[in-house]
Design a binder for this molecule. Structure first.
Ligand code: C5P
Length: 222
């Protein structure tokens, strides 16, 4: 129905910044608040979908009627997305996934080195969840995000192609009111073989609606 265009459909959304543990008390993370992903989950639910929200730690309330799957590191996020993916119609990877994790997880709290010199930290690349899953997609419509501080279109286009996405949502996080933490966003939507479309600066809820409507118009449910 036009009111509930996602009725009977399953939308999987990831949100928030992953945490990569160094030791029992410390981790590496990023500035993601989870707000864009939570707005997507809420709007997908309001459009009638069954929604699975796979969320790294955030301070946000869970939208009503949405199934939450709490995760922590990139590795736990991958496991959760894999589990939900088979049955999904649309996957939206709004999570800010750490590209690296500490190579070793110390079992005890790391101490200052003797003499208080520099401490070296070795990092290992995490799996690219989006690329892994998009490579295995069947009927699923796969949406990725790209937060950029320079060369927005060039970088975003490369990610769209390289990760084999159906839709890439790019935002220039160096602009005021755009991207991390705030309640507003302005994005450029990129699809294969189509002209990019840039939205106005708007609430994350309004942007979420545009993203889902674009996916539907693009044949995500066909
Ligand atoms: O390449 P970049 O990290 O900018 O790509 C961002 C997109 O890829 C986001 O949709 C993010 O959720 C996803 N991603 C991922 N696994 C990673 C890194 C990013 O799924 N290890």
């Amino acid at each position: 129905t036009p009111d509930l265009p996602l009725a009977g459909r399953h939308v999987v959304v990831t949100a928030g910044g992953t945490r990569e543990a160094l030791d029992p008390v410390r981790f590496i993370t990023n500035r993601s608040s989870g707000k864009m992903g939570y707005a997507l989950a809420q709007v997908a639910r309001e459009m009638g979908a069954t929604v699975t929200l796979i969320s790294a730690t955030t301070h946000l309330p869970v939208p009503t009627g949405v199934t939450i799957v709490p995760v922590d590191s990139a590795s736990s996020l991958l496991t959760a997305v894999r589990t939900a993916f088979d049955d999904a119609d649309i996957l939206v990877m709004a999570a800010a996934v750490s590209d690296y994790r500490p190579t070793e997880l110390a079992t005890q709290k790391i101490k200052k080195p003797a003499g208080h010199g520099d401490l070296m930290l070795q990092l290992t690349e995490t799996p690219d969840i989006l690329k892994t899953l998009a490579a295995e997609k069947k009927h699923q419509y796969v949406v990725g995000f790209a937060a950029e501080t320079q060369d927005l279109l060039a970088n975003a286009n490369r990610k769209l192609t390289h990760k084999k996405l159906d839709l890439l949502v790019a935002n220039d996080v160096s602009q005021p009111g755009v991207g991390f933490n705030g309640d507003t966003n302005q994005v450029t939507l990129l699809r294969p073989h189509q002209q990019p479309v840039t939205t106005e600066l708007a609430s994350k809820t309004a942007i979420a609606k545009i993203i889902l409507e674009t996916a539907i118009a693009d044949g995500a449910l066909n």
